[in-house]
Design a protein around this ligand. Structure first.
Ligand SMILES: [Mn+2]
Length: 320
């Protein structure tokens, strides 16, 4: 009767969901009486994150910022510590910015430190790693034949918490089988993906209209709605020579997201640490990608302009 409540907080992206599924699978197999609660978290939560009380008798924070109350913490974002300078407990805190994904970090830690590995998650972990470090080709992403990429793009639209929780539950239940053709693509993914396919011409048209390309510094800038995320490949397709992309997205929750990406298929010579740059504005990320969430359009505009002028200065000085 003494069921423990296990709260799993995870970053709301593909890597975060697979991370949550790996931990849920471990908990279910090792701690028999457990009630799992899933909480997707995005960077809009960063501001009061450390003060926010966590739920559960045991809590996990995965692929997201350090929380002092978390029983266990796993992260690979170089900005993950978020100015925390206290000590980390090597038995509970697993932080490795060298890892290309949090799912891979968890996969290895579960094996090395907890003596647990479920090979039925092998393909999902591989895909989480591939997606989080953009180890796929532009064609692969545009054609989107692989299920994990479909799921990844589907998060660009209607990615409410209920969808992320439901998807994570499917990953926990079906594991790698979810990628096999024997199981039909879950309806919740299918309708979103079909919607994306329908919206695609409109979104790419809109992108072409709104994008500003600086051919000298090889920089793309645009302002669009959140729907852009379902065609996130567009800047690299239309401007294959670009080095950096800065976009302001108006999100359905009323917030604004400034996304800053280095072109994964066209590496700049002296690459700038984008995650750190975004962290200085209250966001976070990795060396090649970062994002900042703010509440007003004018804040978003001001930050985007500062970042663009910073990138321009950097790119001009790199040429000399
Ligand atoms: Mn990640």
């Amino acid at each position: 009767m003494n069921e423990k409540e296990i709260a799993i907080y995870f970053h709301r992206d593909f890597d975060g969901m697979i991370s949550a599924a790996l931990i849920a699978d471990y908990v279910r197999n090792k701690w028999s009486e457990a009630q799992l609660r899933l909480f997707p978290v995005g960077y809009s939560r960063k501001i009061n994150w450390k003060e926010m009380p966590l739920r559960g008798d045991v809590s996990f924070v995965l692929d997201y910022i350090f929380h002092p109350q978390a029983t266990y913490w796993f992260d690979h974002h170089q900005t993950g510590l978020n100015n925390y300078d206290g000590s980390l407990d090597p038995h509970r805190h697993f932080f490795n910015p060298e890892k290309t994904s949090c799912a891979l970090l968890i996969w290895e830690v579960l094996y090395d430190k907890f003596g647990y590995r479920n090979l039925e998650f092998q393909r999902l972990v591989k895909w989480a790693d591939k997606i989080d470090s953009a180890q796929f080709s532009l064609e692969e992403l545009i054609n989107c034949k692989e299920r994990p990429l479909k799921i990844h793009l589907s998060l660009g639209i209607e990615a409410d918490n209920a969808y992320l929780i439901e998807l994570t539950r499917l990953f926990i239940q079906y594991k790698d089988q979810l990628l096999s053709s024997q199981i039909p693509l879950p309806l919740i993914v299918r309708w979103r993906f079909e919607k994306i396919q329908q919206m695609r011409p409109k979104i790419t048209e809109e992108f072409k209209k709104r994008a500003i390309f600086d051919p000298q510094r090889k920089l793309v800038f645009f302002t669009m709605s959140q729907d852009f995320l379902s065609c996130r490949w567009a800047p690299y397709y239309f401007y294959p020579e670009c080095l950096y992309v800065v976009g302001i997205l108006s999100m359905r929750n009323g917030h604004y997201m400034i996304m800053v990406n280095a072109n994964p298929w066209q590496k700049a010579k002296n690459s700038i640490n984008i995650g750190k740059l975004c962290a200085s504005y209250g966001g976070g990320g990795h060396p090649p990608v970062g994002a900042i969430t703010v509440t007003t359009a004018s804040q978003a505009q001001r930050i985007a302009e500062e970042i663009i002028s910073f990138l321009k200065t950097k790119l001009s000085s790199d040429k000399d």
